[in-house]
Design a binder for this molecule. Structure first.
Ligand code: GLU
Length: 498
């Protein structure tokens, strides 16, 4: 293996969106290929005819591209193929007879056989085994059919599957690159189906044939596949093929210690994108799910993971998915990107929220960048900026009530509106100066003035830097909103005095 070129693959079954576990597997394969100057291959394992969909393939491609996991070879987003070892889609491989050829060869050499058992018969024998407290595995009934029996079954119209003949004794083991020595008693293994009755291969069979023909050097996948590996190893042996190295990545758990699932919230890459995470955050975070470097580094610069990743840093104990850390990391990444980039990333969220961007009086890029240190999620941005795109802000009743009930508010807001109207230049700096001058001249503390002004122009008690916000709102809007608040005060007071 040592001198072999590094060739790894990500082999998703397209039966849904790319979930976190799958994305982590894709990422580790990608990083491994980059680190060792190898080839990263994308193979579509669509042998589950009922559950595989074209939409899932597209969604997986989208998520991988979003994460920047560029593959060198395999099925491409336009469904063409790139590379010399195709087809890279298993249904296409089946169509050209690749799997049948090897199944027949194994039958001929005595490593496989046709099995005619019906689902009912299999079910019965399973139940019997369970009742007798035996392992409910296929017991090899069709391994030795009486002469003429197969023909009889065929005449009855039974369609056989092809099963692998598993060795009865001994052990199957391997030196896993993450779990180290692993060993299975062959008695616990079973004669698995290689080709289904319709001629379609099963995962275990297709996987071995393809990994071999595609010259895969390292199989890096989730540890939920550990129990498949001894079956696959026996196939390699029967076919006389050299095995790849195996590395099984640790399980990902939710915060409650159970396997990460829908119950824990978002599980697909697509959902995280929608929630407002940056692709680099997700990539960085996924890298730390089951891998660490000796310095326990958390944030990686561009290209750094590709350099530092290795399988030695992969742990075999489960990794826990921590949303709080993920959000923290997203904030860190948002603070690192440029104003231009942040705008690019924020734009779909602003559009999705239905905001009329042309209604803003300031450059939308400035608006987006104004509070960038505070963002944790891109999806926070529309809510924070809404006030710049709408005729009226969404008034927070609590903040309004607070301001309206103070006796001095009327005087403050009238004075500020007048001062703002007269400012020769409506810039952050002059707005601030005028506001402070007003406070001082009238014997108010700064906060006493700043607070009602903030609420009047934005409807909220908290928000962006006050004077910058006012500048970006424009003189016209700021004065209009202050006047509107004054109207509200006067109406409220009129009501009270009635
Ligand atoms: N299609 C399998 C899956 O999605 C691939 C497993 C493997 O990498 O061998 O789980």
């Amino acid at each position: 293996m040592e001198n072999k070129k590094t060739r790894v693959r990500f082999a998703p079954s397209p039966t849904g969106h790319l979930h976190i576990g799958g994305a982590r597997t894709a990422l580790f394969n990608y990083l491994f290929a980059r680190k060792y100057d190898g080839t990263f291959i994308l193979r579509i394992e669509d042998t589950d005819e009922l559950r595989s969909t074209k939409e899932s393939v597209e969604s997986i491609f989208d998520s991988m591209r979003w994460l920047g996991l560029v593959w060198d070879e395999g099925a491409m987003p336009d469904m063409s193929e790139k590379g010399e070892f195709g087809p890279y889609v298993q249904s296409r491989r089946e169509a050209v007879g690749i799997y049948r050829e090897y199944a027949e060869k194994l039958i001929k050499e005595g490593f496989a056989y046709r099995c005619y058992c019906t689902p009912e018969e299999l079910d019965e024998s399973r139940k019997k085994a369970l009742a007798e407290k035996r392992l409910p595995k296929y017991e090899g009934l069709c391994r030795h059919l009486a002469p003429g029996q197969a023909e009889k079954y065929e005449k009855e119209g039974r369609k056989p599957v092809i099963r692998f003949k598993m060795p009865d004794d001994g052990f199957t083991g391997w030196n896993d690159l993450i779990h180290k020595e692993l060993k299975f008693d062959n008695k616990l293994l079973y004669d698995f189906v290689m080709l289904k009755a319709g001629g379609y291969p099963t995962y275990n069979f297709a996987c071995v044939i393809d990994d071999h023909l595609m010259q895969i050097s390292h199989v890096i996948r989730g540890d939920d596949h550990i129990s498949n590996t001894p079956l696959q190893i026996n196939l390699y042996k029967a076919l006389g093929w050299e095995m790849p190295e195996f590395a099984h990545l640790s399980m990902i758990l939710g915060p409650d210690g159970t396997r990460l699932s829908k119950r824990h919230g978002a599980t697909s890459v697509q959902e995280y994108k929608k929630l407002g995470y940056l692709p680099d955050t997700v990539k960085n975070y996924l890298a730390l799910l089951g891998w660490s470097n000796p310095e326990s580094q958390q944030i990686f610069a561009e290209g750094e993971l590709e350099e530092k990743f290795n399988l030695d840093g992969c742990q075999k104990s489960p990794a826990t998915f921590d949303n709080v850390k993920l959000q923290w990391m997203n904030g860190e990444y948002i603070r690192k990107i440029s104003r231009e980039k942040l705008y690019e990333f924020a734009l779909p969220y602003l559009q999705e929220a239905g905001l009329d961007l042309s209604a803003a009086k300031a450059d939308v890029k400035d608006l987006v960048y104004m509070e960038f240190e505070k963002y944790k999620l891109l999806s926070d941005i529309p809510g924070r900026l809404e006030m710049f795109f709408k005729e009226e802000p969404a008034y927070d009743p609590k903040a309004m009530e607070d301001v309206l009930k103070k006796p001095e508010t009327d005087k403050i807001l009238s004075g500020i509106a007048a001062a703002y109207r007269e400012l020769p230049d409506f810039s952050e700096k002059s707005i601030e100066e005028a506001t402070r001058v007003f406070a001082k001249a009238n014997g108010y503390k700064n906060g006493q003035v700043f607070h009602p002004v903030r609420v009047a122009v934005s409807g909220r008690a908290q928000g962006p830097t006050l004077f910058k916000m006012i500048e970006y709102l424009s003189r016209e809007t700021a004065v209009k909103r202050i006047n509107k608040t004054l109207d509200m005060i006067r109406t409220a007071n009129g009501e009270k005095s009635k």
